[in-house]
Ligand binder design. Sequence first.
Ligand code: FCB
Length: 395
Amino acid sequence: MNFPKGFLWGAATSAHQVEGNNHNDWSEWELKNAERLSKVSGEKYPPENYISGRACDHYNRFREDFDIAKSLGHNAHRFSIEWSRIEPEEGKFDEKELEHYREVINALRERGLEPFVTLWHWTIPLWLRYRGGVFSKGFPKYFTRFASRMAIEFPDVKFWITLNEPEIYALNSYMRGIWPPQKRGIIKFFRATYALSLAHQEAFRAIKNINPNIKIGAALNMSYFEGVGIIGSILKKFVDQIWNKRFLWHISNELDFIGINYYFHNRVRNFKFNQNENKETSDLGWEIYPEGIYHVLKSLKKYKKLIYITESGVADANDIHRDKFIKEHLEWILKAIGEGEDVRGYFYWSLLDNFEWDKGFWPRFGLVEVEYKTMERKIRHSAWKYKEIIEKGGI
Ligand code: FCB
């Protein structure tokens, strides 16, 4: 079976994880927490592991990295614009940084890679952090001002992603308290996702006013909840609504496409979550479960939206699982397409090994390995296997 004509193939990154030398709420938090995180790891990883620092130096090496993406057969690329670079002070837009992203977009176009641009991938400019971040009353307005300016500056971008995984952000930053600003509480979780949904809606309307022809989506973390037994089957429906559908429901009138970030499924048994069998796992211990993406896709039919897989990837330093991982996820996606789901593209996470948030540099998701001391790039075997699928346009 083949993928539809015009299918977009590529990989994804996010600014803070690859660029290097960002100055935002995360970079500050890393400096304060690196020692603690290293201790929690039992000193398995040194404090430097937890500081994004130069990251992959992608800010300076983006052309070289896009040459690699092109050589791997990609025809699209997802990346994010770092808000704290563009608007380092409230309302002041930095011309030099605007020019930088203009060059990034041009470099993609010159190589035949369609830009998929994320406006917010979790980091908050410092001026906004002092105002309360997503809890600031003005958050939707501030985000919309930034988003509108981006749509004006970069009119040839056809695909915008407003927000990356609002649910994961709200969970880790406002409920579990493990990411900045380390708040805890279930009400805070709902408040954060609600604020983000308002920001999405307002930005959607503003960007559409500027350019009605572009496509706007959000990248949502979706899990497949598998119910085992009677209790599991009932509970699974409930969590599926809260985790996968609630945010979507809020924004579904202001949405051209759904971006799906799928990593794993969650087996619910009796009153317990994460009862996965874990026959095959990634370096992070996440179960590899390609079938889950099929169930997620099937459950989205009623929304009648275009779908792009905006992230799907595996931490696998030795590149043992990655080619099979990609192939099997694509097989399940093809099955869903065969049954009428409108999937238009697949972005592997990630093009490069990069800074994996509170885990730091050790998890290696890249199609391309990064040797952090020298910044040398080495293409992994699985990247060529992915290229073979792209060239065939099917499996
Ligand atoms: C997703 C994030 C992405 C990366 C992958 C592994 O939840 O969107 O930035 O961290 O997980």
